[in-house]
Design a protein around this ligand. Structure first.
Ligand code: NAP
Length: 436
């Protein structure tokens, strides 16, 4: 006999879609799933829409996989429904056989240094969704009237932020960068962008493909001291064989350091062993002071010396924490879980489960592991109704068909301008596109 289980997935980002795909791939004659994917925004795809850098369109092609998942029988998209506002976790747990939280890590970690609250100091968690047209971040204040910007952190998010600030905005014209951000980049006075990592180059969290892209920038000189790379190689080599990822990173950095500078007016500077100490300024950011670190064996030691960069914009890209959800246990910026099991019929996948690490594809195996446990835990199907009855009769749900309408309209609007899409950034207008 076949049993059909109802599963709610909260969050239509990569982790959510890969969880749905894992459920679909686990179906067999005697086991099928009805999947409701609940999303608070009128648009799905999570970080693929509002996180991935617009000048990296190839990464966004994974959305095709998501749309294939959505086309499978038994899958429903229920967009414009917010957990904690329109429905509660208790209602979901009651109605569904299993609830999978795929709500990500939306909050930027704080530096916790003086001056962090000054105008011109912001988190990548605000800057990235601002330039990507996330409806909740359209009004973020991003002052671009100074010449110098500093990005804190040596990870791929810092790299995205710095690159987007440092390139000629004409390179963003044929992308889906939000219109308001593109206009701001065209008017921007920023010409010099610094990335500052607090440990050595050998400890950087960048990945090699992202580093290898830097010498290819057409309008931006990338500065990295060859000595810095040599010292990092020496330090890493002194500990034995250098790990493959570190070796690849340092080789990519060597290419950057050796790449001739062309005297362009736009520059990007990679610097290491600089720990942020204080953001300085009266009413707005005027500079940032770093403690200069050195590597001593396995330790990072403050030399007692400082280095100040005069700048008007500081973006911290030092990781994320999950937003707390009512009725869901939290633990150090993640949803409390053991291998993805939260409690009862509640599960978690993606960054909300393991913290903000890994590329989009990491979520595939991660979700498959959690779905395996979920299936082990299944009992008799509940056969209960969906959640629509908890919503007011006039609540406008963005289903797959309506989303496809919005998607087609954005793509058509972009086509005329030579862009992959022209994003609508107002929640009301997105709903309007869906209704029209
Ligand atoms: P990340 O890779 O964890 O890097 C965070 C950086 O912030 C590290 O260099 C860390 O230094 C630094 N940091 C943390 N606390 C700090 C502090 N108080 N002061 C100064 N620096 C501090 O995180 P992420 O860049 O947010 O990226 C998240 C994940 O998304 C990563 O797995 C990344 O690869 C992925 N991602 C991938 C792409 C892509 O594939 N193109 C693009 C974007 C993001 P320590 O190492 O010293 O802690």
């Amino acid at each position: 006999m076949s049993s059909t289980y109802k599963v709610a997935i909260v969050g239509a980002g990569p982790a959510g879609y890969f969880a749905a795909q894992a459920l679909q791939n686990s179906q067999r004659d005697e086991l099928t799933f009805e999947i409701d994917m609940i999303e608070r925004l009128p648009t799905p795809w999570g970080l693929v829409r509002s996180g991935v850098a617009p000048d990296h369109p190839k990464i966004k092609t994974v959305a095709k996989v998501f749309e294939k998942v959505a086309a499978e029988p038994g899958f429903r998209l229920l967009g414009n429904i917010e957990l904690g506002k329109d429905i509660t976790i208790e209602q979901l747990r009651d109605r569904y056989d299993a609830v999978i939280l795929a709500t990500g890590s939306g909050l930027g970690r704080k530096l916790g240094i003086p001056g962090e609250e000054l105008r011109g100091s912001l988190s990548a968690a605000e800057f990235v969704p601002w330039y990507n047209g996330h409806p909740d971040f359209v009004n973020v204040d991003v002052p671009l009237d100074g010449k110098v910007a500093v990005v804190i952190g040596a990870g791929n998010v810092a790299m995205d932020c710095a690159r987007i600030l440092a390139i000629n905005p004409e390179e963003l014209d044929p992308t889906d960068t939000a219109t308001h951000a593109l206009a701001a980049f065209h008017a921007s006075s920023i010409r010099e962008v610094h990335i500052a990592g607090r440990r050595g180059a050998e400890h950087a969290a960048f990945t090699a493909p992202e580093l290898r892209d830097l010498p290819k920038l057409e309008h931006t000189d990338v500065h990295l001291s060859g000595d810095e790379v040599t010292q990092a190689l020496t330090r890493a080599g002194a500990k034995g064989e250098i790990e493959k990822e570190t070796r690849n990173n340092l080789e990519a950095m060597r290419l950057i350091a050796e790449h001739p500078l062309a005297g362009r007016d736009r520059s990007l500077h990679l610097q290491f062993l600089l720990a942020p100490k204080e953001i300085v300024g009266k009413d707005r950011v005027e500079g940032i002071t770093f403690s200069i670190n050195r590597v001593d064996g396995d330790k990072i030691v403050d030399t007692g010396e400082t280095h100040t960069i005069s700048c008007s914009l500081v973006i911290s890209a030092i990781g994320y924490t999950a937003e707390p959800l009512a009725g869901v246990p939290e633990d150090k910026g993640k949803i409390k879980n053991v291998d993805g099991r939260v409690e009862g019929n509640m599960y978690v996948v993606g960054w909300a489960k393991r913290g903000p690490s890994g590329v989009i594809g990491t979520n595939k195996s991660d979700a498959a592991d959690v779905v395996r446990l979920l299936i082990e835990d299944l009992k008799t199907p509940k056969n209960s109704k969906g959640i629509e009855e908890f919503l007011p009769a006039d609540h406008f749900i963005i289903n797959q068909e309506i989303w496809q309408r919005i998607n087609a309209k954005e793509i058509a609007a972009g086509e005329a301008l030579g862009k992959p899409r022209l994003k609508e950034v107002s929640r009301e207008k997105l709903l309007g596109l869906g209704k029209a």
